[in-house]
Design a protein around this ligand. Structure first.
Ligand SMILES: Cc1ncc(COP(=O)(O)O)c(C=O)c1O
Length: 410
């Protein structure tokens, strides 16, 4: 990849922050957008804006084509067998809530169990905790080793005949560790359980093939992969989605609402995937996400991952020069994407992030929506996190290390 050429596609990378060139290392939170994505969104509003599926006029037909072609593009990107398996949602959080409410409320009861790992983002914990209060099922938490890697034996040993679904992030948003979801999916299926994968940190960074992984659900967010905010995907196997009831009610998700004065309304659901897309969807969000997918495909996901691994290897090596910096979790690059959690001795994570900001460097501080992982496993109240993407460079890492060294001398 020609990183210097690619950086020209990202207008925001030209700006200064606090009189310094912007160094954006908060990509696990959200990524920057290339000109191609910004233009696709502007072009939709300038040329084709109308609601989808509802009218027979030219603009509506154009908008519908753009929206549905985007779905097709995204289905191909994750190697879904069928475009009907791709449901547009707001993001990973809404995708997991959709499964917890739509599938969970109908399929889980007080004798059932849901298996979740302790490394999950709150988005893959809280929806299950809320629905467990409603339906009385038990949540079992699989252990994580002290270096942040998944305790596979513990996960596998916690399956029981009561386990109806297992939920695991493909890549941890705190450590960048890549989980072997194929292994856990096999264990889930051997046990007769479904498998949900939180792909928020994997789909943007590595090739994800839902058929190869054989997972039942995959959730991911457009804004973490060069796309706009407000759009994401729930992938679900067709036979599983077909058996589920809608998550929200309204327009678009119904075939018919016929009123009978004696008995009220009788309602039939629309086909997949529209059964799960109540109301006007984020049309330009879907178009922007498809454009982001095209951008990533042109680079090649293998190239994306290898660039991130190279940056991570370089950053981990250079951070070792800083006596005041502790890197958390495993640094085994064969199982890690471009996320580095760290602390600076004697300083709170927010202080470090604020100092970096003074130098134009954007990093994340806090517990990154993964409080159980921080407190139970890493034994930390919080940490700092540098997370890389396609436009980051070794020169930016050099500057970052220089700033961390300076902090140590203050
Ligand atoms: C692993 C993981 N899961 C879920 C989410 C939630 O994503 P969103 O806020 O886009 O719904 C994030 C966001 O940081 C994440 O990193």
């Amino acid at each position: 990849m020609d990183i210097q050429a690619l950086r020209q596609d990202f207008p925001i990378l030209k700006r200064q922050v606090n009189d310094n060139p912007l160094i954006y290392f908060d990509n696990a939170a959200t990524t920057q957008k290339p000109r191609q994505v910004i233009d696709a969104i502007a072009s939709f509003y300038e040329n084709s804006n109308a609601n989808v599926h509802r009218a027979i006029h030219t603009l509506s037909l154009e908008a519908t084509d753009l929206y549905e072609n985007s779905r097709q593009k995204i289905a191909e990107f994750i190697n879904s067998k069928d475009w009907q398996e791709v449901v547009f949602v707001r993001g990973t959080t809404e995708a997991i809530n959709l499964v917890a409410y739509s599938w969970g409320l109908s399929n889980l009861g007080k004798d059932d169990e849901v298996l979740v790992s302790l490394m999950e983002h709150h988005s893959n914990i809280v929806p299950w905790e809320i629905t467990s209060k409603l339906k009385g099922f038990k949540i079992k938490y699989a252990n994580v080793n002290s270096d942040g890697t998944l305790d596979y034996d513990d996960f596998e040993s916690k399956f029981s005949k009561k386990t109806k679904i297992a939920c695991l992030s493909h890549v941890s948003n705190v450590t960048g560790i890549i989980n072997d979801v194929k292994r856990i999916t096999k264990a889930a299926h051997d046990n007769g359980s479904l498998m949900l994968v939180d792909g928020a940190q994997s789909v943007p960074h590595l090739a994800v093939d839902v058929q190869d992984l054989d997972i039942d659900f995959l959730a991911f967010s457009g804004h973490k992969m060069l796309g706009p905010t407000g759009i994401g995907v729930l992938y679900g196997k067709k036979d599983v989605l077909q058996k589920m009831v809608p998550f929200q009610g309204g327009g678009e998700m119904i075939k018919e609402v016929s009123f009978n004065p004696g008995s009220g309304c009788s309602i039939s659901w629309n086909d997949l995937p529209w059964k799960f897309e109540a109301g006007t969807p984020d049309i330009c969000g879907a178009i922007g996400l498809a454009e982001a997918v095209k951008y990533l495909e042109a680079l090649g996901m293998d190239q994306v991952l290898s660039h991130e691994k190279e940056l991570t290897k370089y950053a981990v090596e250079r951070l070792q020069e800083c006596n005041n910096v502790v890197v958390h979790g495993s640094c085994d690059l064969s199982k890690k994407c471009g996320i580095i959690p760290f602390s600076v001795k004697g300083l709170s994570s927010h202080d470090v992030a604020l100092i970096c900001d003074n130098y134009g460097i954007m990093i994340r501080s806090g517990y990154h929506c993964a409080q159980p992982l921080h407190e139970q496993i890493l034994k930390l109240q919080s940490s700092d996190r540098a997370s890389f993407y396609i436009y980051n460079t070794k020169e930016e890492i050099d500057r970052f290390v220089e700033v961390l060294k300076e902090i140590g001398q203050q």
